[in-house]
Design a protein around this ligand. Sequence first.
Ligand SMILES: Cc1cc2nc3c(=O)[nH]c(=O)nc-3n(C[C@H](O)[C@H](O)[C@H](O)COP(=O)(O)OP(=O)(O)OC[C@H]3O[C@@H](n4cnc5c(N)ncnc54)[C@H](O)[C@@H]3O)c2cc1C
Ligand code: SF4
Length: 327
Amino acid sequence: MSLPQFKLLRPRALDEALSLLSAHSKNLRILAGGTDLIPSMQQTLFEPEYVLDIRHIAELKGIRQQQGSGVEIGALTTLTTIEQSALLRRRYPVLTEAALTVASPILRNMGTIGGNICLDTRCLWYNQSLTWRKGCGFCIKKDGDLCHVAPGGTKCWAAFSGDTPPALLCLNAEIEIVGPSGTRRIPLRDFYTGIGDNYRKLQPSELLTRVFLPEATADYRGVYRKLRIRGSIDYPLAGIAVVLKRWNGHIADARIGITAVNPAPMLIKGVRETLEGKAMNEALAEAVGDLAARTAKPLTTSALTPEYRREMIRVFTKRAVLAAASN
Ligand SMILES: Cc1cc2nc3c(=O)[nH]c(=O)nc-3n(C[C@H](O)[C@H](O)[C@H](O)COP(=O)(O)OP(=O)(O)OC[C@H]3O[C@@H](n4cnc5c(N)ncnc54)[C@H](O)[C@@H]3O)c2cc1C
Ligand code: SF4
């Protein structure tokens, strides 16, 4: 499949990128690693007049420890750099585990953490060629007015399918967004809308620049588990991140995040209340598995059935919580 025509813009500094964004934001797409954007452009899901290639902005790359206040990760840091960081592996292992499962090694060499956070939502009826989508009469997310997943509805339910965001949510990560009206730093949990065709709170003239991992969630045990068709490369069809802190053999704090089963990655409510002050056992692991399965609302957006994906959220949650408590 060939790419549609576009004009390539290649800023070398953040200021330059921001002024190009302001000038062309109405018809522009940001390219970081391009591992999701380029295939989507080949499928004509996006046909921007301009592509802003931000890969050469050095200040947005790298992992920096902030004395006493956690770790800062530039949005252009590749998933391979994250996966190979001894600092992250030691202090935020859940992020290392999640990054390690994204796509394949070659795609992780290109793909960035910023691109993973900003990743477009996915659906069996949407991530297809133009011919395929035309044959189905298109859909609400692109060029049409009906939803094949929830016929009769007016909302898009495409699933957010990035692997690192549930891990980042568990770590209470924050993100920095820069735009014409300045810089804002927000909790990642406030970034997603839960609407499949308008899934993130990012203006066309804004750029995600940094990710912050707080000191308070460093050294938590962490586990990530993922359901996919081909273990070597596929997007998640259900994903689950667990972080947990123990004290005196009992759980002092815990969080669970899920992905690929809702239009946004989500934290599961009630996990800490269920586990706090207790020693882990099968019954407790099953109880939080039930909580996660109740929060997951998979629909027919992927090749596996919603029932199977929800059940796997329950099973993986139980296994992940037991593994996190024992390692
Ligand atoms: C075969 C295949 C398998 C894959 N499997 C997985 C998988 O298992 N798990 C997974 O999570 N992903 C998967 N991906 C998707 C992709 O490789 C990763 O999500 C990757 O992290 C995306 O990062 P990128 O830098 O390449 O993003 P890009 O493709 O460059 O961008 C993705 C989106 O984010 C926007 N964007 C990127 N950076 C910024 C920024 N700094 N500010 C604002 N907007 C930005 C872009 O405009 C675009 O909309 C797969 C892709 C392929 C082709
Ligand atoms: S959930 Fe419905 S509207 Fe959204 S991409 Fe799928 S078919 Fe289209």
